[in-house]
Design a protein. Structure first.
Length: 330
């Protein structure tokens, strides 16, 4: 059992992540690429993504990334930096900037439980080229495993946040923590995770706890191994019986017509008007890249951009929605 111990300062500093953490979702999705015992939720997603991953031709780079994210037991903390809460690119930059000593320590710990491929040796030295190749592979995998399904993921996480926010409004932070049953329960200043594989006690020491709702988290809550890192707790959100249904497949004909990223942007904007910054986070791109794509889509008459006080919100035009509907029919 894992017990997370709170002080009054920790109660005051506990919060919920504003959106899915892209790198936690990526690591959890890499777990789901490999069938889990009793897992039927992601079977259609796995059948769709498997060929796309193979066609990407990632080879040894993918083998290294999968070796770093085993489905059972420890995986390196440096793959999930706190900066990723601000988006995919800040998270990948934080991975590339990880101190050599931290990478070496994490890989040394991982090597105690399983053999690692040759690329791990260079990675353990903090080799810049190997780190760049690793984050490039992570970005490619994110575009294949997460981006096409972002609308479904965001919707499920948003619904979970509403549940937690209601619990917070009616019962304070203790009510929020109590609402996380049955995967964990609140008891006398401790958040207890009975199914956690390690018997461990974590003291927050006034730092608070960041709760991160996750779509691809399946078997139970996950936290970082190093207790000195900013405390986070990743927990599963409710999912329909057939997670990531056929309707949320990677855009086909539309992707071929306007490109996968622009198709994903249209899909995202169809859910609700979005700023460039938020759009960049949702599609896993930089703000500059998102701005460039929205400019092209606006010039093509597929989206409009309207000022709302100090924000500019993008939304699809009738033509953009017609393209999305035609793509769904095909």
């Amino acid at each position: 059992m894992l017990r997370i111990c709170f002080t009054s300062d920790d109660i005051a500093r506990t919060r919920i992540a504003p959106a899915p953490d892209p790198l936690w979702e990526l690591v959890m999705s890499l777990h789901m690429l490999r069938p889990q015992p009793g897992d039927l939720l992601f079977r259609h997603w796995r059948r769709t993504i498997g060929p796309a991953i193979r066609q990407a031709g990632l080879g040894e780079r993918l083998r290294l990334l999968l070796a770093l994210t085993p489905t059972v037991g420890y995986f390196p903390d440096f793959l999930n930096p706190y900066a990723a809460i601000h988006g995919l690119e800040p998270g990948l930059e934080a991975v590339r900037s990880t101190p050599k000593t931290a990478i070496h320590h994490d890989l040394q710990h991982l090597a105690q439980s399983r053999p690692l491929p040759r690329g791990a040796r260079l990675l353990a030295t903090g080799d810049p080229r190997t780190l760049t190749e690793l984050t490039d592979t992570m970005r490619t995998c994110y575009s294949l495993t997460i981006t096409p399904y972002q609308r479904t993921i965001d919707s499920a996480v948003s619904q979970d946040r509403q549940i937690r926010t209601t619990a917070l409004c009616t019962g304070g932070v203790e009510g929020l923590l109590a609402s996380l049953r049955p995967v964990m329960y609140w008891n006398s200043g401790q958040l207890c995770l009975p199914t956690h594989p390690r018997d461990q006690e974590v003291h927050l020491d006034g730092r608070g706890l960041l709760l991160i709702p996750s779509y691809f988290c399946l078997t139970g809550p996950v936290t970082l191994f190093d207790p000195d890192l900013p405390p986070v707790l990743v927990y599963p959100v409710a999912k329909p019986p057939d997670a990531l249904p056929i309707g949320q497949r990677p855009p086909g004909a539309l992707s071929a017509l306007i490109g996968a990223t622009r198709a994903a942007i249209l899909e995202t904007l169809a859910a609700h008007p979005t700023t460039t910054t938020d759009l960049a986070r949702r599609i896993g791109a930089s703000a500059a890249t998102a701005s460039e794509h929205t400019t092209i889509l606006r010039q093509a008459g597929l989206i409009t951009s309207d000022r709302d006080r100090n924000r500019k919100l993008h939304s699809p035009t009738a033509l953009g929605l017609a393209l999305l509907n035609a793509n769904d029919r095909t």
